[in-house]
Design a protein around this ligand. Sequence first.
Ligand SMILES: [Fe+2]
Length: 308
Amino acid sequence: MATATAPAGLTTTKAPFIEAAQAKGELYITQPYELYSEDNHEAWRRLYDRMAPRWEQYANPHFLKGIENLSLDAKRVPRLEDVNKFMAPLTGFRAKAVSGYVPAYLFFDCLRNREFATTVTIRDRATLDYRPEPDIFHDIAGHVPMHTDKAFAEALVRFGQAAKTAADLVAGIKDEKERVRRVISIQKALARFFWFTIEFGLMRGPGGKGIKAYGSGLLSSFGEIEHCIESPIVQRYPVQLEWVVNQYFEIDKYQPLLFIVDSFDHLFDLVGQLEQWMKEGKLDNVSPGEPELSETDVKSFLDAGARA
Ligand SMILES: [Fe+2]
């Protein structure tokens, strides 16, 4: 039970510190570690404990190695500075605390600079499977172990560069209506690529045998990590770029369609191809539909291009 002296906590959607930072317009913050309540640490512990055996079974070996390399704390919410101490020497990547949603361009541009915008709040202990928005378990236990892998890290940086290419490209379009139309189409393609690879990607297992999860949305979901590999109703196909960039997705259900890469070198090459297609105009007319882009996201790309 909460007492008068207990910290307010950093529970997702119920964290006064975060609300205050947002109200002040502070996007990049320092992780206020002392504010985590015992309930918050307990939520981390439970999430970690139940994922651990599923990671052993379903996660790709690079992720398992990453968990080991980070010496991730299974018992308490990790301090980002501790995570960075282990991660930065391996790939240069650092987790960077944020107060909430990061507009698309800024998020991708962080990747280009080997920074990972990291949510510091944690989901409510009472509803471990319900995640209204990203939390520290998704970001640190789902994403960050992958960032310790050199080939994966290079693919992420390359993706950040592709986002910059997009902003620069559309900045050269004189007609404003056409500029907005094109940036929306290209951004949709980028968002879909990110979704079907970084967030929900599957990879061939060692020696080309079996399938393992490397997408963070899968690696941080107790239910979906099993479902994505075992369920007969999930469609799993070798990745095809022309399909991915035109495929809509919905965020609030287990994914019915997933794509498989051979390796992270393969993923890196796909990002290169994506950027090439962008330059050739092949992403200017991708199919409509999800994801819908917010005005803030679109503006973040247009502003970045205008600054260049
Ligand atoms: Fe994510």
